[in-house]
Design a protein around this ligand. Structure first.
Ligand code: C2E
Ligand code: MG
Ligand code: MG
Ligand code: MG
Length: 287
């Protein structure tokens, strides 16, 4: 990169392993700096009731406002954060920022936060979550933690213990990206999830693929029989929304409703006063 190589270095060959490693180390150093500094931000994506369209809450999704690369999506840095262990301070930053923000909303909407497998391996995760809830003043019932299946298969007994302790505080738990991992029905039944989020790879094909429609119906049936509510992720069209409403899917999230956006864009929905500016973002006015 220009920053480390000088502005006029032209490379005509493919990066070697050493160069790839150096680039990775640069990114890791920048990410460490981003977590300590002020470069991470949260965007929020609404979750609505499929039947009534009522707003129920938001999923908080992290972005990196890189000084030279611009807004970096999570898929470009979460894997590195996981490998390097930076996911622990990053995850804690996200949780604290989301709880602090949600605690200020006039409407008692829910906020959903994604947890990485590494965070879940911390035996004291429930205490860390509780400390952040106490510090920020957010009611535990307003926090939902989203976890993926890989999280559970590593160590089932331990995962179950952690989940139960979190639920005992009143925090709810959603299984994210359902259908893309290795969960068996037995896993689903053994774990006290409140919610199943159907992965958007199925939702996105319900109108065109009878196979996708069959899978979505099956997950809805599972949710019903296990007493878990079901959220469809990645709803992009009216036809998909009509299908979900007809099948009595509880909740929907997707670009049809809104892309993830800075919270200022939802000032009216969260019950913020006119001219609302989110904390820590003094330079951002309401759009
Ligand atoms: P996810 O938790 O499954 O989040 C949903 C992703 O789908 C988001 O991508 C969202 O922007 C995208 N999405 C929502 N609706 C639609 C739609 O209608 N169409 C399409 N094509 N996409 C839609 P995003 O924000 O890029 O996040 C990607 C993934 O990064 C997340 O998937 C989550 O696994 C991870 N992630 C994001 N924030 C965090 C975080 O704070 N901590 C951790 N550990 N992971 C995070
Ligand atoms: Mg998620
Ligand atoms: Mg998902
Ligand atoms: Mg995902």
């Amino acid at each position: 990169r220009a920053k480390t190589e000088g502005g006029n270095t032209h490379r005509v060959f493919e990066p070697t392993m050493d160069e790839a490693e150096a680039a990775r180390r640069d990114l890791e150093r920048d990410l460490r700096h981003a977590i300590e500094g002020d470069e991470l931000i949260l965007h929020y994506q609404p979750q609505v009731s499929t039947g009534t369209g009522r707003l129920l809450g938001f999923e908080a999704l992290v972005r990196w406002e890189h000084p030279t690369r611009g807004l970096v999506p999570p898929n470009a840095f979460i894997p590195l954060a996981e490998e390097s262990g930076l996911i622990l301070p990053l995850g804690e930053w996200v949780l604290r920022a989301a709880c602090r923000e949600a605690a200020r909303w006039a409407q008692p909407l829910k906020v959903a936060v994604n947890l990485s497998p590494r965070q879940f391996q911390q035996a004291d995760l429930p205490e860390r979550v509780l400390a952040i809830l106490t510090e920020t003043g957010l009611a535990p019932t307003r926090l939902e933690l989203e976890i993926t299946e890989t999280l559970i298969i590593n160590d089932m007994a331990r995962a179950l213990g952690i989940l139960r302790r979190l639920k005992a505080f009143g925090v709810s738990i959603a299984m994210d990206d359902f259908g893309t991992g290795y969960s068996s029905l037995a896993t689903l039944q053994a774990f006290p999830f409140d919610k199943i989020k159907i992965d958007r790879s199925f939702v996105g094909h319900v109108e065109v693929s009878s196979q996708a429609a069959v899978i979505v119906r099956a997950v809805l049936g599972l949710g019903r029989s296990l007493g878990m509510s079901v959220v469809a992720e990645g709803v992009e069209t009216d036809a998909q929304m009509r299908f979900l409403a007809a099948e009595a899917c509880d909740e929907a999230q997707g670009y049809l409703i809104s892309k993830p956006q800075p919270i200022e864009r939802f000032a009216r929905q969260i019950g913020a006063p006119e001219g609302f500016v989110a904390p820590g973002r003094p330079d951002t006015a309401v759009a």
